[in-house]
Design a protein. Structure first.
Length: 243
């Protein structure tokens, strides 16, 4: 029975107990956008790997794009990140990651760090990720973002991706996120026998395709084309100081 002294007005302490659940702090809207991205852009297409889908749902893509376009982070397309570079369409990130067939024992080389987003997705699945970015400002920004998200298994180098990372070779997996006109022999040489490389290949203004190259235990390679694409070109210039 309610004490008549309250005259129909409940005390604040009791009202708090009866606040509806809707009054609680709202969920992170980017989390819901990320889930919608996974369902609508990945699962409803042809991405089937549970571990890739989990990684794509976990990594906060919005933190890897410039703040001014953060509200577009989960849309179905690439976005500019400055210096003439882009963050790839979520589907392409998931597709290339799935094709790598990663596990936690793998050491991965990525050419073209860009925003650091692809490296973060790789880091969710692989043991160690070594990533190279030729644009110093992008590489330093990605390094800060990755460190801020706690990715201690990602190592960022500012340098010429055409040279690879020879002192860490061989790699179980190699991924290129910018398109050379021809696949560099140096990178194929740094792929471990039994390993796999995936890359967009082709001229800047011509037909490009994602190719998957498998290296057999005896060192022979087998190459197949899996998807037509349009990537930014892979930049080659004299090797800057590596750091």
């Amino acid at each position: 029975m309610i004490d008549s002294r309250w005259h129909g007005a409940w005390p604040a302490a009791l009202l708090i107990l009866f606040l509806p659940a809707a009054a609680a702090a709202p969920a992170d809207r980017y989390e819901s956008e990320r889930k919608a991205m996974v369902i609508g852009q990945l699962q409803e297409r042809d991405i089937r790997s549970p571990i890739v889908l989990r990684a794509m749902e976990k990594v906060p893509r919005h933190l890897f794009v410039p703040e001014a376009i953060r509200d577009n982070a989960y849309r179905d397309g690439p976005l500019p990140i400055g210096y003439g570079q882009t963050i790839s369409q979520p589907y392409i990130v998931a597709f290339m990651t799935e094709q790598l067939d990663l596990d936690s024992s793998h050491k991965v080389l990525e050419i073209g760090t860009g925003s650091g987003y692809q490296a973060a997705v790789l880091a969710e699945l692989a043991g160690e990720v070594y990533t190279i970015e030729i644009v110093e400002e992008l590489g330093q920004r990605a390094r800060r973002t990755l460190a801020g998200q706690g990715y201690t298994n990602v190592h960022v180098r500012i340098g010429n991706g055409y040279l690879g990372w020879p002192e860490q070779a061989p790699f179980d997996r190699i991924i290129l996120t910018a398109a050379p006109e021809q696949l560099p022999d140096t990178l194929v040489e740094q792929l471990k026998p039994g390993g796999r490389l995936i890359a967009p290949v082709g001229p800047r203004y011509g037909t490009q395709e994602i190719i998957v190259l498998d290296k057999s235990r005896d060192g022979t390679t087998h190459r197949r084309s899996v998807l037509p694409v349009a990537f930014v070109p892979m930049v080659q210039q004299p090797d800057p100081a590596l750091r």
